[in-house]
Design a protein around this ligand. Structure first.
Ligand code: PLP
Length: 418
């Protein structure tokens, strides 16, 4: 079935009332038939609802629908994109391990991987996502995952999927792709050979800047990499915190089962059922919106490229962009709504941000309303000068998230301020 159809129907069977819209099940807990039923659910002899920190019928529809859109086997929704990324790292790593992280990632992912997880004894090693020539040298027996963004925020690098996946497969290491900016409509990391896909659903999925959320999608290949692999011994040995359960022996995907039974249980970063319901509303129009965001962003990028006050435009849909060839190879039907451009100085960047019409100065992306951001002073403020340079974020860089307004009006607003 096409994604446009799946986004409206997958994962939902109408309840006894025949409700067309997926109901919002606002309930913390679920009644067991009797004590034996309760014991069976806890022992995984039967599957069913226990408590909303672990599962919820509204969130379950969102999870099933999203898993189908990504071509995965299962998904777990989380409270935010950052909790999806942190849960994934915690699921794979422990003290003494290392992870390989792309040089160009969202600022929050940078601070998490460069600083916070260091305090958990996990080391981050960096590689160039567009030219991963040093990737294989960074791998050792303690390497647990390779993390990168399909289309990076904010400097729009398109990942060199083939090189990264080939190296990961050679060493039996799990790849984790943040597909937030591209969405499953424009990029399918699982089809490209990746194992786990994470998202901040706070962006294009909700689509109108309505709610925070995240999701982790599992593929069949992660289980194959985990089973019997010493690198992932904690999936292959008994878990003392779950009466000796061996995740790789379960008849379900081990990666996502451990997220559910151990990570969500202990960290508790579960989504509100209401937020999951908002995400379901967003998915219904995702296919149409991503086409429109992409078409308008291309028009705006072409205009900016023609303006002499603009030093450089980063948009993979432009033939002049160094990512163009990879975008043609790995993105389908558009390049998303995010673009960035450089002006001569911090002062000029500030003047543009402070005076532009229609665009709102907001630290978000993927809203139906257009957004302008100055990454060096906001989303990436906590990065050092060296880290900013490594991530390609200069003082004169401005990020635009192109919304669903008429592109000509957006171009007019930019023309005025430039
Ligand atoms: N990943 C990417 C690519 C992002 O752009 C963001 C937020 O901007 C996140 C993850 C974090 O998501 P959240 O804000 O939902 O925690």
């Amino acid at each position: 079935m096409h994604q446009q159809t799946l986004a409206l129907h997958a994962g939902y069977e109408k309840d006894t009332q025949g409700t067309m819209a997926v109901p919002i099940y606002m309930s913390t807990a679920y009644e067991f038939r009797d004590s034996e039923h309760a014991a069976n659910l806890f022992a995984l002899k039967e599957l069913g609802n226990i408590y909303t920190r672990l599962m919820n019928p509204t969130s379950a529809v969102f999870e099933k629908r999203f898993a189908e859109l990504e071509g995965g086997v299962a998904a777990i929704a989380t409270a935010s994109g950052m909790s999806a990324i942190f849960s994934t790292i915690v699921n794979l790593c422990e003290v003494g391990d290392n992870i390989l992280v792309a040089n160009a990632v969202y600022g929050g992912t940078s601070t998490l991987t460069d600083h916070t997880i260091k305090r958990f004894g996990i080391e981050t090693r960096k590689f160039d996502v567009a030219n991963p020539s040093n990737l294989e040298e960074l791998i050792d027996e303690d390497t647990k995952m390779i993390l990168f963004e399909s289309l990076s925020n904010p400097n729009l690098q398109v990942a060199d999927f083939k090189t990264i996946v080939d190296i990961a497969n050679k060493h039996n290491i799990i790849t984790v792709v943040d597909n937030t900016v591209a969405t499953p409509i424009l990029c399918n990391p699982i089809k490209l050979g990746c194992d786990i896909v994470v998202h901040s659903t706070s962006k294009y999925t909700t689509g109108q800047g309505l709610a925070l959320g995240g999701i982790i999608v599992d593929s069949a290949t992660s289980g194959e990499k985990i089973k019997g692999n010493d690198r992932y011994s904690h999936f292959n040995e008994p878990d003392d915190s779950y009466h000796g359960l061996v995740y790789s022996d379960l008849p379900f995907p081990p990666f996502i089962m451990r997220i559910l039974l151990s990570v969500l249980r202990d960290l508790g970063a579960a989504p509100s059922p209401f937020n999951s319901w908002l995400m379901i509303q967003g998915l219904e129009t995702l296919t149409l919106r991503m086409k429109e965001h992409s078409a308008s962003a291309l028009k705006v990028a072409q205009y900016l490229e023609s303006n002499e006050k603009v030093k450089k435009v980063n948009y993979p849909g432009l033939e002049s962009d160094s990512n163009y060839t990879r975008a043609q190879q790995y993105l389908i039907g558009g390049n998303s709504g995010l673009l960035s451009f450089e002006v001569d100085s911090l002062e000029t960047a500030k003047t543009i941000v402070d005076n532009i019409e229609i665009f709102s100065c907001v630290v978000n992306i993927g809203d139906s309303k257009s957004i302008i951001t100055h990454p060096a002073s906001t989303t990436h403020q906590q990065l050092s000068a060296q880290e900013l340079e490594q991530s390609g974020i200069g003082a004169g860089l401005i990020r635009l998230s192109i919304g669903l307004e008429n592109a000509d009006d957006l171009i007019e607003a930019l023309k005025k301020v430039l």
